[in-house]
Design a protein around this ligand. Structure first.
Ligand code: ZN
Length: 310
């Protein structure tokens, strides 16, 4: 294995119709909906073949219990791997779950040789969810069989390099035990964000509120959620959120030549917040503060949720 060889392939497993104000942007335009893709990611390190999350089920089940779903010719993960990438599901060594929400775990039993790895707090929650989250974890009480029923899942409690070049780190807030996965590549650290952010835009400011980040609305703990957005900002040279079309569609495979490298932990005058420390060994990746004279143009160019297309 070498970092030079590591490649990430986004797999879109279908589309869900979600509300911008309820899910994607805190204080975003409630009532305005947007079709969002549901990505999972195949990582080939040369030594290991790994999935990070497994995405959606069929449209009927998704629409019946959750949100309006449209597959738009997207395939379920095991079929996509075989038909589009030429990877046999039996060759997958491990599946790492960022969290165990229903739209990240479907079809996991299609991979007969895979270890299942997930944050400990997610396994506990999935097996005994708070009633508010019965649907989110497809609790059996609703008459559904969760995708992970009967599976033995290895629990991860602390940040660790779970496989060579892949580090799971804590990003709770969206869910109780959420962990993002940082993948070391030749172009830098690509962070597969799960749902800690829904879109790249969540890492940019909300000008009307003077927030440094326009964080998502779907949190069970908004304090932790904000801190997790900061954590991603400190660690990521590129982000792959599971529900962001733009970030995942720029290439069939990541990294690629010309991939836009983001600036970590960039100070923007007028948008104060507390950063805390940078992770060990990454202090040199802090971007210098933006020049005050450049701020207005930068803010004016940010995508406004009101203008986003459905
Ligand atoms: Zn989720």
């Amino acid at each position: 294995m070498s970092i030079q060889e590591t490649k990430i392939y986004p797999i879109n497993t279908g589309w869900l119709h979600g509300d911008l104000g309820t899910y994607i942007f805190w204080k975003g335009p409630a009532g305005k909906k947007k079709w969002q893709p549901v990505y999972c990611h195949y990582v080939d390190t040369g030594e290991h073949k790994i999935l990070i999350d497994t995405g959606l089920c069929d449209a009927e089940r998704a629409s019946k219990y959750h949100h309006n779903c449209n597959k738009r010719d997207c395939l379920e993960v095991h079929i996509h791997l075989k038909e589009k990438l030429g990877v046999d599901p039996s060759d997958i060594d491990a599946i790492i779950f960022t969290h165990l929400h229903w739209d990240h775990v479907q079809n996991m039993k299609e991979f007969p040789n895979a270890r299942y790895i997930a944050p400990k707090a997610e396994i506990e929650m999935a097996n005994n969810p708070l009633p508010l989250y019965y649907r989110t974890y497809e609790c059996g009480i609703l008459g559904i069989k969760p995708a992970y029923s009967g599976c033995v899942i290895e629990a991860v409690e602390e940040e660790c390099e779970i496989l060579p070049g892949l580090t799971m780190f804590h990003t709770p807030g969206h869910s109780v035990g959420h962990m993002a996965v940082s993948v070391a590549t030749s172009a830098g650290d690509i962070v597969i964000c799960g749902d800690a952010i829904f879109e790249e835009r969540n890492l940019e400011p909300n000008p009307s509120e003077f927030w440094r980040y326009w964080v998502p609305a779907r949190f069970l703990n908004s304090y932790q959620g904000w801190k997790s957005v900061e954590e991603i900002d400190k660690r990521a040279d590129y982000v792959l959120p599971c529900h962001d079309h733009d970030a995942n569609i720029r290439s069939d495979v990541f990294p690629y030549d010309g991939m836009p490298i983001r600036k970590r932990r960039q100070m923007i005058p007028g948008y104060k917040f507390y950063f805390g420390d940078m992770p060990e060994g990454t202090v040199h990746k802090v971007a210098p503060a933006m020049k005050p004279e450049d701020v207005d143009a930068y803010i004016a160019n940010l995508k406004c949720p009101e203008d986003m297309e459905d």
